[in-house]
Design a protein around this ligand. Structure first.
Ligand SMILES: *Cc1c(COP(=O)(O)O)cnc(C)c1O
Length: 418
């Protein structure tokens, strides 16, 4: 690597090189990436970009200095609480993403149990399908994590969760839907279990938060998962996924302000003065918050309904197409926007799903790999509108191409290691 140059470069030169750098990145603009970038279309991009350029330099560290960001935060949080049927007492904060929202929920559960119950060796219960961010939270905040298995339909095994409850349980997690197979856990039973244990129940709605409320309005069968379920104490919902805001924004909601208080860090013994921060960041960009505000205002309920309807139709079409191809199948009974595709395990010569993923990537279609079992993951969104037939054609020909072939590469990186 060249060291940083002594002399600066012109704006055009710098921007030109940045544009060039992107050439090997996944091509999300043409709808061939199932995840990672969620594109609400040209007008949604425009409103986000214009909001971003206004708020690029603002700092949400101190909303007294930037009251606009204080009101942007409370409006976005309030609208989200409304979508998730939060009671009047519901309150929350914006964070930088799903992981940070989940970390805040874990920390709040730990603090509540320490202060209200005197728990010093906190434990949490998460199904094998629960997002890796919960393990990160256990690791960072010193909780013991009990992992519960999933049922045959990939939902959390709540009986197994019940067996894992101890007097130190501070948090039980359900997902709506879980990421790997896209199914919604039995949140009502998980929340009741948590309430019986006097513990928090966090619902991971990172993926579902900006889909399920609209799916329900569209008449889809959505099992109860939000604040209407007694015992649910917090929910995370990512606006930077199917909320169609650019990266860097998620909502963490608590049922009450009292529950939210356990999330906030307050320190009053510093030469710098009184310091309080609601989430894990200090200095905090106003850009993602303002962009999220703008996208939500631009879309409104009607806009989200339209995007959700087309997304769910496309996901259904994808599931039907996969089911019609010999040798592959959809895992579980996911009905929303997540599709996990695996092989027929009883085939004498089962398709190598990772070889299939490589073949699809060679012709420009990008999935995340996951295991167990070996499968290819799709998060369908408005980004993929209009390409599903093309995709299914590519899928059919890739399956034919790689029948009998295998790859030695078994990695499932969902990761940045360097
Ligand atoms: C994406 C996701 C997360 C983590 O969110 P990030 O924004 O990637 O940090 C957590 N849970 C589920 C179900 C997700 O889909």
């Amino acid at each position: 690597m060249e060291p940083l140059g002594q002399h600066g470069r012109s704006v055009d030169d710098v921007i030109g090189e940045l544009e060039d750098k992107r050439h090997n990145d996944v091509r999300w603009e043409d709808g061939r990436t199932f995840g990672m970038v969620y594109d609400g279309g040209p007008e949604v991009r425009e409103v986000a970009e214009r909001a971003a350029s206004i708020y690029l330099h603002e700092n949400a560290l101190n909303t007294k200095a930037f009251p606009s960001l204080g009101s942007i935060q409370s409006e976005v949080v309030g609208w989200t609480a409304g979508l998730l049927n939060g009671p009047d007492t519901a309150s929350g904060f914006l964070t930088s993403g799903g992981t940070e929202s989940i970390l805040c929920a874990v920390k709040a559960a730990r603090e509540r149990a320490r202060i209200e119950r005197g728990i010093t060796e906190p434990e949490m219960i998460v199904a094998a399908s629960g997002h890796a961010a919960f393990h990160k939270g256990a690791h960072l905040f010193g909780l013991k994590l009990h992992k519960a298995p999933v049922n045959d339909d990939w939902t959390a095994d709540v009986d197994a969760m019940a067996d894992l409850v101890t007097e130190n349980t501070v948090l039980i997690v359900g997902s709506a839907p879980q990421y790997p197979q896209g199914v919604i856990d039995d949140i009502a039973r998980i929340a009741a279990l948590a309430a019986d244990a006097d513990a928090n129940c966090h619902v991971d709605g990172c993926m579902g938060g900006f889909v399920l409320p609209f799916a329900e309005r569209l008449g889809r069968d959505v099992r109860p998962w939000d604040f209407r379920v007694d015992g649910v104490t917090s929910i995370s919902a990512d606006i930077h996924k199917l909320g169609y805001a650019p990266k860097g924004v998620s909502v963490i909601l608590h049922r009450t302000k009292e529950l939210r208080r356990y999330q906030t860090f307050i320190f009053d013994d510093w030469l710098g003065g009184f310091y309080a921060s609601p989430n894990l960041q200090g200095t905090r960009s106003g850009l993602p918050m303002a962009a999220a505000w703008a996208v939500m205002q631009h879309l409104g309920i009607d806009g989200y309904l339209k995007l959700t309807a087309s997304t769910l139709e496309n996901a259904d079409r994808m599931r039907d197409g996969i089911a019609a191809i010999d040798g592959i199948r959809v895992l579980g009974d996911g009905r929303f926007h997540l599709v996990a595709m695996s092989n027929e395990p009883n085939d004498p010569d089962p398709i190598d799903m990772f070889a299939l993923g490589d073949a699809l990537e060679r012709v420009g279609w990008f999935h995340d790999r996951q295991t167990p079992p070996d499968s290819l993951h799709s998060t369908v969104s408005n980004s993929n509108a209009g390409v599903i037939d093309q995709y299914l054609e590519a899928l059919r020909s890739c399956v034919d191409e790689i029948r009998g072939a295998t790859t030695d590469d078994r990695s499932t990186n969902y990761a940045t290691l360097e």
